[in-house]
Ligand binder design. Structure first.
Ligand code: NAD
Length: 335
C-alpha cells in the first residue's frame, strides 16, 4: 500500500513508518522537524527511515498548504496516518500559538488534501488529555469531553471535531486514535521517562509533580504500533455503525489506545530505578497547570475492533527504553 504518514521524525511516527516499511509498504513521510525538542534525535530517526528504499522523506511544515498538496499528488495515498502535532502540555503556557498553528491549521490542511484526493482512510492522532479530569474511570470513548485543561487538550479535541465534520460532510472515512502516555525506545526527551533516566544517570534530581500523587496509563510503543497497524488494515469506518466510539451520522470512529492498567508515578519511578540499578533523587513539586491527576483507558472498543489489547508490562517497557538510551547515548551498563 501507499501510505502517507505525518510526523515521521517524531517518536510515534518513526515507529509506525518503520513497521510499515519493514512490511514492504511505500511510505511518504512528512515532518517539519520543529525545535520543540532535540532536532538531532529527530534527524537521526529520519536517517534510519531513509535506509528503506520505500521511504520518501519530506521536511516541511504542514501549514505549507502547497507543499502538502504536492506531497499528496506525488503519493496518491491509499491511507493517511496524521501524527504530526505540537505535543506536550506544559509548553502551551509559553507557546499557545504553536498549538493552534500545528494542531488546527496543520490538521485542517491534511483534512483538505484527504478530501480532495478522496483518501480511503484517514487516521489522526488524538490524546487521553481530551478526557481532562473526568471523574468517571476508566475513560471510555463515549464519555463527554467538555472541559479541556490545556492548550494541547483543547486543540486536540478541536482536531477531532474538525475531523468529524469532514467525515460527515464529505463522507471521508476517519479514525481518531486517543493515545495514552506512550513510552519506549526513541522516546521523547520532554517526557518523564527520558528526563528521569537522563537526570538519574547524570546524578541530578528529578522533578516529581503533584508530590508523586498521579496515575498514568503508560502504553508501550510496540503496543501502540500494533494497534495502529490493526486499525489501519481493517476496513475503514462506515456510516451508520453503532458500536462504541462510532459516529451515528458519519464514517468516523474514535478509539482509545492505552494499556488499560494505570500505574502510579511512584511505581513508574521504581521501575526506572530497577532498570538503572540506582535510586532517583526526587524533587517533589505541586501539580502543574494543565496536568490531570490520572488517566485510564477503557480498551473495550480497541479489543472488539481488532482482537488486540496491549500486554507489555511497565518493567519490560522501561527496561527496553533504558537499554536503548544506554546504547544510543553510549552510556556503559555499569555507569
Ligand atoms: P513528537 O513530538 O515526537 O512527534 C511529532 C512530530 O511532528 C515531530 O517530529 C515534529 O517535528 C512534527 N511537527 C510538529 N508540528 C509540525 C508541523 N506544524 N508541521 C510538520 N511537522 C510538525 O510526538 P509523538 O509523541 O510522536 O506524538 C505523535 C502524535 O501522537 C501527536 O499527534 C501527539 O499529540 C499524539 N500523542 C502522543 C502521546 C505520547 O505519549 N507520545 C500521547 C497522546 C497523543
Amino acid at each position: 500500500m501507499r501510505i502517507l504518514v505525518t510526523g515521521t521524525a517524531g517518536f510515534i511516527g518513526f515507529h509506525v513508518a518503520r513497521r510499515l516499511l519493514r512490511e514492504g509498504h511505500e511510505v511518504t513521510g512528512i515532518d517539519g522537524v520543529t525545535p520543540y525538542y532535540d532536532v538531532m534525535l529527530k534527524r537521526a530517526r529520519h536517517a534510519r527511515l531513509r535506509e528503506y528504499a520505500g521511504f520518501t522523506c519530506n521536511e516541511f511544515m504542514l501549514e505549507d498548504a502547497q507543499a502538502l498538496h504536492d506531497a499528496f499528488e506525488q503519493c496518491r495515498p491509499e491511507g493517511v496516518i496524521h501524527l504530526a502535532a505540537q505535543a506536550g502540555v506544559r509548553y502551551g503556557m509559553e507557546n499557545p500559538g504553536s498549538y493552534v498553528s500545528a494542531n488546527l491549521v496543520g490538521t485542517y490542511n491534511v483534512l483538505e488534501q484527504a478530501r480532495r484526493c478522496a483518501t480511503p482512510h484517514l487516521m489522526i492522532a488524538s490524546t487521553s488529555s481530551v478526557y481532562g479530569a473526568n471523574a468517571v474511570i476508566p475513560f471510555a470513548e463515549d464519555q463527554r469531553c467538555d472541559h479541556p485543561l490545556s492548550l494541547y487538550a483543547a486543540t486536540k479535541k478541536a482536531t477531532e471535531d474538525l475531523a468529524h465534520s469532514y467525515a460527515h460532510l464529505w463522507n471521508l472515512p476517519i479514525t481518531a486514535f486517543r493515545f495514552f502516555t506512550v513510552y519506549g525506545p526513541w522516546g521523547r526527551p520532554d517526557m518523564a521517562l527520558f528526563k528521569f533516566t537522563a537526570n538519574t544517570l547524570e546524578g541530578r534530581p528529578i522533578d516529581v509533580y503533584n508530590n508523586g500523587d498521579m496515575e498514568r496509563d503508560f502504553t508501550y510503543i510496540d503496543d501502540i504500533v500494533e494497534a495502529i497497524h490493526r486499525l489501519a488494515t481493517r476496513p475503514a469506518p462506515a456510516s451508520g455503525e453503532s458500536d462504541r466510539g462510532a459516529s451515528p451520522v458519519a464514517p468516523y470512529r474514535v478509539v482509545n489506545i492505552g494499556n488499560g492498567e494505570p500505574v502510579s508515578l511512584m511505581a513508574f519511578i521504581q521501575a526506572i530505578e530497577t532498570a538503572l540499578g540506582r535510586k532517583c533523587v526526587c524533587n517533589y513539586l505541586p501539580m502543574q497547570p494543565g496536568d490531570v491527576p490520572r488517566t485510564w483507558a477503557d480498551c473495550t472498543a480497541l479489543q472488539d475492533l481488532t482482537g488486540f489489547r496491549p500486554t507489555t508490562s511497565v518493567q519490560a517497557g522501561v527496561d527496553a527504553f533504558v537499554a536503548w538510551y544506554r546504547d544510543y547515548y553510549g552510556v556503559p551498563a555499569d555507569a
